[in-house]
Write a protein that binds this ligand. Sequence first.
Ligand SMILES: *Cc1c(COP(=O)(O)O)cnc(C)c1O
Length: 362
Amino acid sequence: MIMARIFNFSAGPAALPEAVLQQAADEMLDWHGSGTSVMEMSHRGKEFMGIAAQAEADLRELMAIPANYKVLFLQGGASAQFEMIPINLLRGKGAADYVHTGEWAKKAIKAAKAFGNVNVVASAEDKAFTYAPAQASWKLDKNAAYVHYTANETIGGVEFHWTPDTGDVPLVCDMSSNILSKPVDVSKFGLIYAGAQKNIGPAGLTIVIIRDDLVGHAQPTPPAMLDYKTHVDAESMYNTPPTYAIYIAGLVFQWLKKNGGVAAMERQNIAKANLLYDYLATTDFYRNPVRKEDRSRMNVPFTLKDAALDEEFLKGAKSRGMAQLKGHRSVGGMRASIYNAMPVAGVEALVAYMKEFAAQKG
Ligand SMILES: *Cc1c(COP(=O)(O)O)cnc(C)c1O
């Protein structure tokens, strides 16, 4: 057992469950008697095909993904999806609707504009992206090709704690930083996508869950690699997939199942987030600008009363075994990312340190 593990609050690539890393270490040189590591296997051999099939089956079970949805294991990150979504889903329609909630929504909007008309149907820009706009304020177009929103703004710390209802217009969701953190009703979505490196596994794997009627209607026909149909037809094996990242994601899915699935994760994530937000409510030494009901359970940004203390705060945290708390450069201050793999003890240690630091400097 390695005892030098720290509490890693990185926004992504983020901490993985220690049990998963331990199992991967145990299986590194010889996976299940195969005499090779997973990294060295043919993606078309029966061992790896089994690993990938199990990972998909476990993800389907965890998220209760209906049979009429395809699960794809792709590459290119959420950023490639910012482009593949308009390329595939505009389907010759006039425009797509986007909800603007911060840095990641902004990137998705900018990318989509290269392929068609984008209507920003709601925006939280009026209050510096500190809230999730209520659906009643969305100016939806019933002829839109799809409606896109960002379920959790990883940088701003704003999360939708409800699922929009867009009727017959497909709902498309960037779930990169809160997928598997709570139960969601997949049948409400046309497409869900997530880069793995926040709440699933290593960077390099991107998960796409797409309703099957949305596959194969791109206009004009895209280059093969950018066409969902290519990857659906080839069952994510059109070319070499990110095999090791799929294997680790599969171990994470098994770890989730062993630990009560997404319902148990939600309970634990609420408890962890409450530890931080309840403390923040008692102090004016630290500040989180996000509207209470929209605060993220995954990424908790906060600023210190005096930014001149930031470096000292980070240094003290590091000496207590807590790392990667520095906030995003566009926001400043701190950010504690507390995904599924962050144990309650990590958040408790952080809150204890925040109290101590505030008492010393306040
Ligand atoms: C990290 C992140 C992205 C970008 O992911 P890449 O894999 O780097 O392309 C997009 N959206 C959200 C919400 C993210 O957290």
